[in-house]
Design a protein around this ligand. Structure first.
Ligand code: ATP
Length: 191
């Protein structure tokens, strides 16, 4: 099987994630995609959502897509969470499958700073998804996705919420409801 691996903070998960991953799945013939929520970075400009909220939002957003799955491995692991450790875990879990790690160009730009990035390139294939319509050149061995581009980010959504502006159109309806019911992202960070 060809398995897509999609890591992210998903704070919150939005249509940019779902549309680009589905387009990549189709284009590259992936059999399924595993969403792996990452530990939260403490450097966000608005208060981030809790791990449980982010996981629930991913579950809601992918419900109904039979080939999209969730794995909590990075949240359940103690200490610093490296993609390398996740790759080792995935290679053990799926020894006979071909793994494709999906990332946006923002992640691609900093890839050489990732822990053991050269080993990572041996362990999985990397598909780079465009985030802007005029996005950058992608070097070999990375695979350029050239998928349908939707320029939505979690940052934009958190900012809209903070400013009291519309954001419903950027999210699955169930995720929108969850954010409203739990008043997520409304409190500005004091840091
Ligand atoms: P933030 O704005 O908080 O940095 P984000 O919108 O980039 O968040 P992440 O959860 O950090 O979302 O992204 C997970 C992965 O999805 C990353 O590899 C990121 O590059 C990619 N990604 C996010 N939004 C898009 C999009 N609109 N199109 C394609 N890829 C995306």
């Amino acid at each position: 099987m060809k398995i897509g691996i999609f890591g992210g903070t998903f704070d919150p998960i939005h249509i940019g994630h779902i549309i680009s991953v589905m387009e990549v799945k189709l284009k590259f013939g992936l059999d399924k995609v595993i969403f792996i929520p990452a530990r939260q970075s403490p450097h966000k400009e608005t208060r981030p959502a809790d791990d449980d909220d982010r996981v629930l939002m991913v579950e809601k957003a992918i419900a109904g897509y039979g080939d999209f799955h969730l794995d909590r491995v990075e949240l359940d692991r103690k200490g610093v969470s490296y993609t390398y450790d996740t790759a080792v875990y995935l290679k053990e879990k799926y020894p006979h499958d071909e793994l494709f790690f999906l990332m946006g160009t923002d992640q691609y730009k900093s890839f050489e700073k990732w822990y053991r990035f050269e080993d990572l390139l041996e362990m999985m294939k990397f598909i780079v998804m465009m985030r802007h319509s005029d996005d950058m050149e992608i070097a070999s061995p990375f695979i350029r996705a050239d998928q349908l581009v939707v320029e939505v980010s979690s940052t934009l959504i958190r900012r809209r919420i903070g400013e009291g502006l519309p954001f419903r159109h950027f999210l699955d309806a169930s995720v929108y409801e969850y954010i409203k019911e739990n008043a997520l992202y409304e409190t500005q960070s004091s840091t």
